[in-house]
Design a protein around this ligand. Structure first.
Ligand code: SF4
Length: 260
């Protein structure tokens, strides 16, 4: 089952009157004219501009994983989650098929989220270490989490065209939260490229050449903000030991100190 706008899903930012983007041009128009974060959240959450991703996210929501067979799935684009005026902005890749695409909240309901929010809690950026549903009471403290691409993609791999189509949502969200942001933590190379691309779309100066992604990379922007690179909290990295809790905590401790 897919959660329809206005269906009573906890925290659903859209209602039946929210305009629906059905093409790249419409994404640009609706994102560009959104004058508040709540409007971006509502409009992005009903977007249908990428046919392959719409089919995939809704197909996953219909078929479901056996463990969640009795649960409704969100099955829609996932808006940003957290503070409206964040000091720390976290940029991920895309919603997980049975995590955020199920619960409707970024990094919620899967192993990646278990790692991320436990670390944020240890570092003073979340009120609790767990994230299981949109109604679990989790609050991010001065922190916001966004995805570069807002729909769950097959194999966690959006195409370049899908990334580009989704970029206006990311760029507009950046513009609206940027005044308070002091540190941007980017999880993985896909989000790293997405960040610079969105900043370019916003007309902001970016370093030349564009810095390469690396875990532990720290890029100071001319305006004093700092971009931090971090391996993605995917199971590929956490199960293999490529990313440890200590490594993750070190990045968020640094981000929290920059935001203070
Ligand atoms: S990926 Fe982005 S642009 Fe494409 S349908 Fe989802 S929300 Fe819309």
């Amino acid at each position: 089952m897919v959660a329809l706008p206005g269906s009573g899903w906890p925290g659903d930012p859209a209602d039946a009157s929210t305009p629906v983007a059905g093409s790249r041009d419409e994404v640009e128009k609706l994102a560009g004219s959104a004058d508040a974060l709540s409007t971006v959240d509502a409009r992005v959450s009903v977007c249908r501009a990428c046919p392959r991703l719409v089919t995939w996210r809704e197909g996953v929501a219909e078929t479901k994983r056996r463990a969640y067979a009795d649960e409704p799935y969100w099955g829609r684009p996932v808006p940003g989650f957290g503070a409206e005026h964040p000091g720390v902005l976290i940029v991920g890749l895309a919603p997980g098929a049975h995590g955020a695409n199920r619960t409707g909240r970024n990094f919620t309901g899967d192993r990646s989220g278990e790692w991320l929010y436990a670390s944020l809690h240890r570092c003073g950026l979340a009120n609790q270490p767990t994230a299981v549903s949109a109604e679990d009471g989790l609050r991010l403290l001065g922190t916001r989490v966004v995805a570069t691409v807002r729909c769950a993609p097959p194999d966690n791999k959006p195409t370049p065209a899908e990334r580009d189509t989704c970029r206006p949502w990311l760029a507009r969200e950046f513009e609206l939260v940027w005044p308070s942001v002091r540190a941007v933590v980017v999880l993985g190379a896909f989000g790293w490229a997405g960040l610079w691309s969105a900043m370019r779309a916003m007309g902001m100066p970016i370093p030349r050449p564009v810095p390469k992604f690396a875990h532990g990379a720290e890029i100071a922007l001319p305006d004093g903000r700092v971009v931090l690179g971090c391996y993605h909290v995917s199971q590929q990295n956490t199960f293999t030991g490529k990313l440890t809790e200590e490594m993750l905590d070190a990045v968020f401790i640094r981000a929290a100190s920059l935001a203070r």
